[in-house]
Design a protein around this ligand. Structure first.
Ligand code: COA
Length: 155
């Protein structure tokens, strides 16, 4: 089977923002809106259909963060998440940043595997982040999501 290529581009206007995809990664619309306002939003398309999203926020002159990364349920496991991560690295490097960071929940086993396979290293844990910032409890893989694990990759 031929592998389909993901075409990644910056959104051209606000109507292109795929909130359904952003909400796969983040259940809080207020959190999403706060980082969308400050960041760069990209979409990943296959044959003109939007199947992925990526939001980057500048943290400092040297550090940039992936605030949201998601692939449509039916398109997961095909390498598109990795393609979005590689694109984040490339664009962040081109913009002159030295470090790319990403945070995920203690319960996000697949995501922790993916990011480490892509060369991110665990840097620190923000204890109780999800308990303090989200109104509803989050469970994944039978584990309560309480803490934010922050990973980093030097560019
Ligand atoms: N153990 C080990 N490896 C695992 C794993 C697990 N439990 N779960 C997933 N992986 C690995 C896969 O094996 C694969 O690596 P491989 O190619 O070396 O086999 C990799 O993770 C997945 O790669 P890919 O197909 O490129 O990812 P994807 O297109 O499915 O996208 C996400 C990954 C996380 C973006 C996607 O699953 C998603 O949108 N999830 C919902 C939103 C979300 O949680 N976003 C991140 C918030 S921090």
């Amino acid at each position: 089977m031929t592998k389909l290529k993901l075409h990644i581009k910056p959104i051209a206007n606000k109507e292109e923002i795929p909130f359904d995809l952003l909400e796969l990664a983040d259940p809080s619309r207020s959190q999403i809106n706060s980082y969308l306002n400050k960041g760069f939003c990209f979409i990943g398309c296959v044959e003109s259909k939007t199947v992925g999203v990526l939001v980057l926020n500048k943290i400092s002159s040297t550090v940039i963060e992936i605030k949201n990364i998601a692939v449509k349920d039916t398109e997961q496991g095909k390498g598109f998440g990795k393609a979005l991560l590689k694109y984040s690295e490339k664009i962040s490097q081109e913009l002159g940043f030295e470090k790319l960071i990403i945070g995920t929940g203690n319960s996000s086993i697949g995501q922790l595997a993916l990011y480490q396979k892509e060369g991110f290293e665990i840097d620190r844990i923000e204890k109780n982040f999800f308990l303090n910032n989200y109104t509803k409890p989050i469970f994944e893989n039978g584990i309560q999501c309480k803490h934010m694990v922050i990973l980093e990759k030097k560019l």
